[in-house]
Design a protein around this ligand. Structure first.
Ligand SMILES: [Zn+2]
Length: 507
């Protein structure tokens, strides 16, 4: 039965869909952010090209105009064409955008929407299997930017994507199969992403790091490697923005950017074990020496609570953002974007994140493990700073604590806290983990005196740091189905609280 066409306005685009094609309004944030990222990337590429005289220094680029020397973008799974149309109308410096979809109906919609928005000079539709289309661009006419926003797991598209992207090109990848990536089915995660996920409290960051190692593994096969520019966990998905470079020699560094994750089954402590080591050659520091680590640093049982470990990963253990690029992206976030406040808040929060401290602790989990009253975030952050270590929040969890302090110091801080706020004996009586941790005296009595740097600057400025409540249409939707109207509302209702149940093993 023919359905009434629906009209949707988002950003500078007006689109029409018959309702059989996937449109998810909650993804507006994803599309707004992608516009800022590609705009910042276009400017960066232009500066690089000007430096090596690859491009004439013409006028300032304007959005909506076609530029011969501009970016060639592929939106591999386009659905309504909304994203491509917004890119054409809102990103300056574009030559061409290919909006591809496997469904005839979707391509029909894309064509109508290209016409409706007067962007046929920039956007063209394509009706192909995304993987085959990308393989056709392996050797020639490679893309500057490829956007992969599939339903669920993106890994099947990665082999063709890394081959059909130019040297230094930008790959945007979304994954929505968070239950798999967050440790509910580690065996499925291994088969899809080549890494074992774990039910750790920092499961969202681990998910991002598993996806990054997966992209790196695909790139490495062709003598390519990644540079993560920005990695985001939002709503029901993760999204990473990475540059892909050619360079077989640089692939030798990959091993030292990956780590296995040892996760204590008792107290949730985590130890990272790098897969490789790089160090400068003693005689010539321009030559790097590559070697393998020994596993002597990993105890057979957790030193804090005596429980055995699960081993997960490998994960990407190198930085997941380029802070310089994040600040460039912030410059492109303007008030005209529908989700501007959220973008400003998240990017500001990301720019505070410690880039060299993978994963994070969760405040309530630390206190919950030893059954004590939870200290305030400022108090715990102060104790870490007072002990001489760095601390930051993470945009991925409201009460995340990223720090370069060893876990041993964290537990010592918690023991010091327990001295002031004793655990109830009744609550810890048959809790072996709490008893094991609290049976040791703190090596040092840590100070909880408020440290001047303990308050996050984004919090002080009152920026939107975390999304408050899920919106009515919140959720990943279902594969290639209409998600506007009654169907979507019913599904939303059925899925209420599902994420909470699925994530981090809270099912
Ligand atoms: Zn433990």
């Amino acid at each position: 039965m023919e359905q009434e066409p629906q009209h949707i306005t988002e950003g500078q685009a007006k689109i029409q869909t018959c309702g059989k094609v996937f449109y998810n309004p909650v993804q507006e944030f994803n599309r707004d952010l992608s516009i800022c990222v590609i705009s910042a990337y276009a400017t960066k590429v232009r500066q690089e090209n000007l430096l090596c005289n690859k491009e004439p220094n013409v006028e300032i680029y304007k959005a909506g105009q076609k530029y011969e020397g501009g970016l060639n973008i592929l939106e591999a799974l386009s659905a309504t064409g909304l994203r491509s149309i917004r890119y054409a109308k809102e990103i300056p410096g574009i030559n061409k955008i290919v909006a591809n979809d496997l469904s005839v109906k979707a391509v029909d919609d894309i064509n109508k929407n290209i016409e409706l928005n007067n962007v046929s000079h920039i956007v063209s539709s394509s009706h192909k299997d995304a993987i085959m289309l990308m393989y056709e661009h392996r050797k020639e006419k490679q893309f500057d930017v490829i956007d992969l926003d599939p339903y669920g797991c993106p890994s099947m598209f990665l082999d063709s994507a890394v081959q059909s992207i130019k040297n230094g090109g930008l790959l945007l990848v979304t994954a929505t199969d968070m239950a798999v990536l967050a440790g509910n089915t580690p065996e499925t995660c291994y088969s899809k992403y080549g890494a074992i996920s774990l039910k750790v409290k920092s499961c969202h960051e681990m998910a991002v790091r598993i996806l990054l190692q997966c992209i790196e593994a695909h790139a490495n096969k062709y003598g390519k490697y990644i540079e993560p520019l920005l990695s985001v966990s939002a709503d029901f998905y993760i999204r990473v923005f990475v540059r892909i470079y050619n360079g077989s020699y640089k692939c030798k560094y990959t091993l030292s950017k990956l780590s296995h994750v040892y996760h204590c089954t008792g107290c949730d402590s985590v130890i990272l074990q790098p897969l490789g080591i790089t160090k400068p050659n003693e005689k010539n520091d321009k030559i790097t020496k590559f070697s393998l680590p020994t596993y002597s640093t990993i105890p057979s049982k957790c030193e804090h609570c005596g429980n055995p470990f699960h081993v997960g990963g490998p994960i990407w253990a190198a930085p997941i953002h380029s802070l310089e690029f994040v600040s460039d992206v912030l410059n492109f976030a303007t008030g005209t974007l529908g989700t501007y406040k959220r973008i400003e808040g998240i990017l500001s929060l990301i720019s505070e994140e410690l880039v060299d401290s993978p994963l994070y602790y969760v405040l309530e989990k630390l206190s919950g493990t030893i059954k004590v009253e939870t200290p305030s975030m400022i108090m715990l952050r102060s104790a870490i700073l007072n002990a001489g270590y760095q601390v930051s929040s993470s945009h991925m969890h409201k009460t995340a604590i990223k720090t370069n302090a060893p876990t041993k110091v964290l537990w010592d801080i918690m023991r010091s806290w327990e001295k002031i706020h004793p655990a109830t004996q009744k609550r810890i009586a048959d809790n072996k983990v709490a008893l094991a941790i609290l049976s040791k005296e703190p090596e040092e009595r840590h100070s909880f005196k408020v440290h001047p740097e303990a308050i996050s600057k984004t919090k002080e400025k009152g920026l939107v740091r975390f999304q408050l409540n899920p919106l009515p249409f919140w959720g990943p939707g279902s594969k290639a189905r209409a998600m506007v109207g009654q169907d979507k509302r019913n599904k939303s209702k059925k899925n209420q609280g599902k994420r909470k149940r699925e994530e981090c093993g809270e099912n």
